[in-house]
Each structure stands twice: as C-alpha cells, then as structure tokens.
Unconditional design. Structure first.
Length: 269
C-alpha cells in the first residue's frame, strides 16, 4: 500500500532512518523552496537507493538528484494532468495520492512515507494521473527522469532498483484490489494497520506505536469504507483490547489478534 512519514511514539536509538516528521527543528519554507543535495550524505539512502554501490557509482547517482524541495502541509507536489518530468524520493513527511471522482469527491489511492518513491504514475503517459498532497510539512528529493534513464545505462544497479520499485507498486496495487474486493471492514482496517506499522518499523520506528497523519475519512476513502464504519471498527478494536487509540496516536496492543482478523487473506505490502 502505498501508506507517510507517520512517526511512531518513539524511535530506537540505533535506528538508521531519519524520523520523518518528528524533526520539528528543521525549518519548512514555502512550497517552492529548493536546494541542492547529495544522496551519499542522506540517512535514507539505504531505503531508496540500491545497496553496494562503489564510491564512483555513488557519485554518479548523486548527479540524479537535482534539488530537494520542501512542501507545506496541504501543498501539492504534483497535480493530475501535470507533465511528468521527475520522480520524487520522500525524505521527510507523509503524502497521499488521490483522484477526483465524477461527483467531485477525492478518492485516496495511496499513502507514501519517507524512503519511498512517488511519481511513478507519470511514466506511462508522460503526465501524472493523480494529485500528490502533503499530509504534513515534507521534503522530497527531485530526480529528473531523463537523468535517471541516462545514469541507469551506466549504473545497472540503479536501473534494477527502479524496476524493483515499479514492480513493488504493481504488487501493492494488486494487494489493494484484493483488499477491497474480498475483505470485510475489520479485515481491511487490520491489514492497513499491520502494513503501516511494518513500513514504519523498516524506517526505525516502533513496532507497536504510530501516529496517523491521515484522517479517518481518508483511511475510509482508501479502504473503500464509510467514515462511520472506520470509526466503529476502531472502537471495536479498542473494546477488544487489540489497540489503544488517543486521537491520532495508536498503540497496537495485540498484533497477533490483528493478524488473526486478516486470517488467510494476504496482507497487502
């Protein structure tokens, strides 16, 4: 699923990943703010770059990233129909992608967090097919796609990594289709929470605590559930002692119970 630098309640001291939104001391400028950066100095390079690159190859990969761009909460990284020029590696913050339905509502198609690549939707037709909205102040590394293609011919590990990312998105979309087509409300929300905490843990956050950067309405839009159903299901989980919820802070008290709820259904990743 494409799920936000949603930070957890605490971060292990040994974690390599840079917390995505607990870094309140980093000043966030206006949405057009950009500055130069090097991948080799980034704490998230192991998440969004291939491993095992030589120093010479890393120097070439550094040429891929043009600038970093800061996006205010609620700001657009790109819009549906906008010309596709770049992929974006999320360094801090949390995004949602969405499309407008015929009746004017926003249908959430994914949530993206630090260490993930956003903008792959634009490769097919050279135009983006969704809006990408920052759910909190965020920072992305801008990677012009023509530069990625050029350097990938020299650094084959980068080319393989891009293919792997694209394949992962295809698998994730298939997982969401399974989720929406065959799961009950409890299974959908349980799978969502398990997936989210799993992705966050890979970034150095707690295995059991998280802060939801998306609203319950946005969760419902993504999972194909009404707001009332999402709220009722959260309440059910609380009553059964599976989770503890304080506003947007969620602590998973019984992860095995969530896994049993998902049952034989395959978790989307």
């Amino acid at each position: 699923m494409s799920a936000s630098s949603t930070p957890t309640a605490r971060q292990p001291a040994a974690a390599k990943a840079l917390p995505t939104s607990d870094i309140a001391h980093i000043p966030i400028q206006d949405a057009s703010s950009t500055f130069r950066v090097a991948c080799s100095n980034c704490n998230l390079r192991e998440l969004c770059l291939p491993v095992g690159l030589s120093s010479e190859q890393m120097e070439r990969v550094d040429d891929v990233v043009a600038v970093r761009r800061k996006i205010k909460r609620g700001g657009m990284l790109f819009r549906n129909g906008e010309a596709f020029t770049s992929l974006y590696a999320i360094r801090t913050g949390f995004f949602k992608t969405c499309v407008a339905t015929e009746d004017g509502r926003d249908q959430v198609t994914g949530f993206q967090m630090a260490g993930e690549i956003i903008g792959l939707d634009g490769i097919v037709n050279d135009h983006h097919s969704c809006d990408a909205v920052a759910l909190e102040d965020a920072e992305v590394c801008v990677m012009p796609f023509d530069r990625i293609e050029e350097i990938s011919r020299e650094v084959t590990a980068l080319q393989h990594h891009v293919h792997k990312i694209m394949s992962r998105e295809i698998v994730r979309e298939h997982g969401v289709m399974l989720l929406l087509g065959s799961m009950r409300a409890e299974e959908r929300l349980a799978a969502f929470l398990l997936n989210l905490v799993q992705r966050l843990h890979a970034r150095g956050f707690s295995q059991s605590e998280l802060v939801l950067r998306m609203t319950r309405e946005e969760i419902g839009s993504y999972l194909g559930l009404k707001l009332e159903t999402v709220s009722r299901t959260f309440s059910k989980f609380v009553e059964e002692g599976i989770v503890e919820v304080k506003q947007r802070h969620v602590r998973i008290q019984d992860p095995e119970a969530l896994k049993r709820i998902v049952n034989s259904q395959q978790e989307f990743r």
